[in-house]
Design a protein. Structure first.
Length: 218
């Protein structure tokens, strides 16, 4: 990548293993994304994603949510910490906390999330089992902008996988994760290339408003 290209600053929030974090780390290191992860922040001290960050020489920060009386108090500290890294983009990669309205509005249009369902289906938790229980024939993941309502921001990209007969939730989870690791770095790249924005609660790619299910290559 040319030295003349200014890399976007990316802060990643995690709570666990960090497999999607690793996919983004790898894409940045391979210059597939014109960005640099400037910090990884976790609300869990033993989140393996913090080890992934340290292995890549990325600042790894733990902020213990149990030390704050309210969600808003924690989010205020999180906001202060994030601002120290002056991010262009905040990536939620398995960050298992609902962010307060004040936090989300402060970073409006700068927060991405990946959710393991074909939104607007199955917001919240246990999405794989819920899809199986409903008898769905396909499932998948969605990358979307974050708004104040849970899993409700405009969808940017979805990836689908078929649900096979007698497939259990763990098998389905692993197949969706494979798709997630390809999708998320791509969307982060679009954002860092200044191709992707949120405007009036809509996602736009290359100036074109995306459909409800996000980008679809025809």
């Amino acid at each position: 990548m040319s030295d003349s290209v200014k890399l976007k600053s990316i802060v990643v929030l995690i709570s666990g293993n960090g497999s999607n974090l690793q996919a983004i780390i790898d894409a940045c290191e391979q210059a597939k994304i014109p960005g640099k992860i400037t910090a990884v922040i976790s609300n869990k001290a033993h989140a393996y994603g913090l080890q992934r960050a340290k292995a890549a020489d990325i600042p790894a920060v733990f902020i213990d949510h149990t030390q704050y009386v309210t969600r808003e108090a924690y989010d205020q500290q999180l906001l202060v910490q994030i601002n120290e890294f002056a991010p262009d983009l905040i990536v939620l990669a398995g960050f298992m906390r609902i962010l307060s309205r004040e936090f989300v509005e402060h970073f409006q249009g700068q927060i991405l999330n990946i959710h393991p369902s074909l939104l607007p289906k199955y917001k919240g938790l246990h999405t794989h089992q819920r899809a199986i229980d409903a008898g769905d024939r396909e499932h998948g993941a969605s990358v979307h902008f974050v708004t104040a309502n849970l899993d409700d921001g405009p969808v940017i990209l979805q990836s689908k996988v078929p649900i096979f007969e007698n497939q259990d939730a763990e098998e389905l989870t692993q197949r969706v994760i494979v798709q997630e690791r390809q999708m998320y770095p791509l969307v982060v790249k679009w954002f860092c290339q200044d191709r992707l924005i949120m405007l009036n609660n809509k996602a736009f790619l290359d100036g074109i408003e995306l459909e409800e299910q996000g980008y679809a290559a025809n």
